[in-house]
Ligand binder design. Structure first.
Ligand SMILES: Nc1ncnc2c1ncn2[C@@H]1O[C@H](COP(=O)(O)OP(=O)(O)O)[C@@H](O)[C@H]1O
Ligand SMILES: [Mg+2]
Length: 269
């Protein structure tokens, strides 16, 4: 899998949501999209998933212009966890997750489907709740059920992991710390098998610890991109988030940057 943005812009009427975005990502990489609220992160993820069409520029998925790929083929190539997944029907967790089968022309037997369903529901920690009505779950549990649905979308077709793309919009937003680790481990496992993941995160420390490549967005443009140590500096975090200029430390064992709230508080009067 390769994902290439070439000078991509997206406008709605006179509003320039993102402008002149260029980056290249490859199989085996975890890309973190960071930036303040409204910076254009979700817009870029929707563009990468083919849910929005660029106003100008080009998006290449496995060297094909994403606009030329059929909806069916796209469903086998990429899966997207949206920032919010509204649901009004009273589905159980299993019913919700099995919706993933519907977008695919798969050749699975009933028992293969059952096995895959159980495996993916188990992997997000919802085995005990598989028969529960989605509407009775906590926000974090609902978010993990949707994560299971999109993981199943990729697992249930015959395309090799190396030519698939996982797009996750704030997958940790409703999760407790143990679930952070569990979800990020799942993503890492997927990428180690050869997949690619583009993830929107707000936690700078998780992004630093976890990502191979960070794209830091500011007002619809790329402010900086590269490995964590290159992007997460006092200068960039000051300019983009308005953070104090003394926060960034170096985690010796990994050589990656980190920052702690205690230091931010000491700057307050
Ligand atoms: N339909 C729209 N018309 C005008 N502006 C929009 C529209 N949809 C989104 N925006 C604006 O585009 C910007 C980028 O949105 P988004 O990509 O969701 O940001 P992020 O995910 O980084 O918080 C925001 O400022 C948002 O208000
Ligand atoms: Mg967003």
């Amino acid at each position: 899998m390769s994902l290439i943005f070439e000078n991509v812009s997206y406008h709605i009427k006179e509003h320039n949501l993102v402008g002149e975005i260029s980056f290249t990502a490859h199989a085996g990489q975890i890309i973190a999209l960071l930036g303040p609220n409204g910076a254009g992160k979700s817009t870029i993820l929707d563009l990468a998933g083919g849910l929005k069409t660029p106003t100008s520029g080009k998006i290449l998925l496995n060297n094909s212009d994403i606009g030329t790929i059929s909806a069916y083929k796209l469903a086998t190539m990429r899966a997207l966890l949206a920032q919010e997944s509204p649901l009004t029907a009273p589905f159980s967790v299993t019913e919700l997750v099995s919706l993933a089968f519907q977008s695919l022309d798969h050749t699975l037997t009933m028992s293969q489907k059952k096995h895959l369903l159980e495996e993916v529901i188990n992997s997000v920690g919802l085995a005990e709740k598989s028969t529960r009505n989605m509407q009775t779950l906590s926000g974090g549990e609902r978010q993990r059920a949707h994560l299971a649905r999109i993981l199943l979308q990729l697992a249930a077709n015959n395309r090799p992991t190396e030519s698939q793309l996982l797009l996750l919009d704030e997958p940790l937003s409703a999760q407790d710390p143990a679930q952070h680790l569990m979800i990020l481990s799942l993503i890492r496992h997927y990428v180690r098998k050869g997949g690619m993941a583009v993830i929107i995160l707000h936690d700078l420390n998780w992004a630093s610890a976890f990502a191979d490549h960070i794209i830091l967005l500011h007002q619809g443009h790329i402010y900086a991109q590269g490995p964590p140590g290159h992007v997460l500096t006092n200068a960039t975090l000051g300019s983009v988030f308005g953070l104090p200029s003394f926060l960034v430390k170096q985690h010796k064992p990994t050589n990656r940057p980190y920052l702690i709230p205690h230091d931010m508080l000491s700057g307050l009067s």
